[in-house]
Every structure is written in C-alpha cells, then in structure tokens.
Design a protein around this ligand. Structure first.
Ligand code: AP5
Ligand code: MG
Ligand code: ZN
Length: 215
C-alpha cells in the first residue's frame, strides 16, 4: 500500500502521519525529515539542501528523487508506506509514476489536506518540533504536557529555522506555484481524496481513516 499525504506547509501532514502510520502499520517517508537530518549531520546532501530550505524554496528535484528512490527500496517499505511531502512538483510526480512499477508498489490514495491560509500561518509560527523524534507540537493547539519537552520521547523541543513569518510566506507562495498543481494531477487520475484540514486534529484523523479503511 502506498499513500501520499498532500497539503500546504502547516496543513498537518506530519501530525496526521504520526497517527496514520501507527494505525495502518506503514513505513513513514518524509522528505522534509530526511533533509533536516542531512542538514543536522552536515552530509553532502545536507550542505546542498540547507541553502534552499532556509529560504523556503524547494530542494532541486534531482536530489529529492534520489532520496526517495533509495528510501522506497528499504525493507520496511515493502509492506506499505506513507509519503509526506513528496511529490511536490509535477516532475517528482512523473518520476514516482515511472519508478513504482520497478519497486512493485502502486499509489492507492492521495489524501489532500486543505486548510485556509490564515490558519496555516498561525500553525507554522506557533509550531515546536522534537529534536529527537521529530514529533510536532503547537504552543496553542497542541501544547506539550511539560513546557519545551516532547510528550513522546522526552526530547527538547525547538522552532524550525523555516518557521519564521517571512519564510512561511515564501513557502506558501512556492506551494501555490509548484505543488498545488498536483491536486488536479491526481484528481485526473481518480485517486485524490480531499480532507477538510480546518477541523481539530482528531476530526481530521477520523476523516482520513474513513478514506483509508475503504482501500
Ligand atoms: P517539510 O518538512 O515537508 O515542510 P512543509 O511541507 O512545509 O510542511 P510542514 O512540515 O511545515 O507542515 P505539516 O503539514 O507537516 O504540518 P504539521 O503537522 O507539522 O519540508 C521542509 C522543506 O524541505 C521544504 O520547504 C523544502 O525546502 C524541502 N523539501 C521537503 N520535501 C521536498 C520535496 N519533495 N521537494 C523539494 N524540496 C523538499 O503541523 C503544523 C503545526 O500545526 C504543528 O504545530 C501542529 O501541532 C499544528 N496542527 C496540526 N494539525 C492541526 C489541527 N488540525 N488544528 C490545529 N493545529 C494543528
Ligand atoms: Mg511536516
Ligand atoms: Zn520526541
């Protein structure tokens, strides 16, 4: 099974992914997390990616496509995977379509989380992320039980470098230009399921579950 989570920055892809992979036993593939790890470890990829990420721009397709190609052939993906943040351009979507038959998987559903722009800005600027396990929190909407400490693993929480107001605005622009066309792309293929992401976290999860149970 392969599920794609599509949606603008701050839509709640990571938040929902955490619960979906548990409930449906899927491998979690987040290109954002993989890139942030590469930046932290100062690998070659990390050094190249950082300049784009800090400016709210997309990392070039060639680099991201290689990451995904590698990751999808890991043994844990054989049982099924959830893609968060990939594909993000039509080029990436075309690549996936060509690569999947060789890996022996196909896309079952593209879940598109839709959220109003004002809400996205508030979600991103108030987000805090665990430095150990990557879990997402929010100062107002999902505060951790203990200030600045992850509920899941006890790690320290931090604010992502690209969650400043200016970079958030840029990321939203980039989303509209480069990623939003994928909604029509997958709609045409008949595998798109839109979800109202303006609701609270549990309500969004329930809606996604109903879609996945039908697969
Ligand atoms: P990436 O890490 O993928 O970031 P993004 O797509 O901008 O999305 P976010 O992670 O910011 O948002 P999210 O939807 O996961 O929201 P979350 O659940 O955390 O990518 C980062 C960068 O890496 C890109 O800019 C690019 O440079 C590069 N990159 C990555 N993939 C790439 C690719 N394929 N190609 C090229 N470049 C790539 O929620 C946000 C906040 O809201 C949290 O605080 C959360 O607690 C809260 N929240 C969530 N749901 C709700 C709700 N229902 N109600 C209230 N609050 C909520
Ligand atoms: Mg995310
Ligand atoms: Zn944690």
């Amino acid at each position: 099974m392969l599920i794609i989570l599509l949606g603008p920055p701050g839509a709640g892809k990571g938040t929902q992914a955490e619960r979906i992979v548990q409930e449906h036993q899927l491998a979690y593939v987040s290109t954002g997390d993989i890139l942030r790890n590469a930046v932290k470890e100062q690998t070659n990829l990390g050094r190249k990616a950082k300049q784009y990420m800090d400016q709210g721009q997309l990392v070039p397709d060639e680099l991201v496509v290689e990451i995904v190609k590698d990751r999808l052939t890991d043994p844990d993906c054989a049982e099924g995977a959830l893609l968060d943040g990939f594909p993000r351009t039509v080029t990436q979507a075309d690549f996936l379509e060509q690569a999947l038959p060789g890996i022996g998987i196909n896309i079952d559903r593209v879940v598109s989380i839709e959220v109003k722009e004002e809400e996205l800005i508030e979600r991103l600027t108030g987000r805090r992320v665990c430095s150990e396990c990557g879990a997402s929190f929010h100062l107002k909407f999902k505060p951790p039980k203990v200030r600045n400490v992850c509920d899941v693993c006890g790690g320290d929480l931090y604010q992502r470098d690209d969650d400043t107001f200016e970079t958030v605005k840029e990321r939203l622009e980039v989303y509209k230009k480069q990623t939003e066309p994928l909604i029509a792309y997958y709609e045409k293929k008949g595998i798109l399921s839109p979800v109202d992401g303006n609701q609270d976290i549990d309500a969004v999860f329930n809606q996604i579950n109903k879609i996945l149970e039908k697969i």
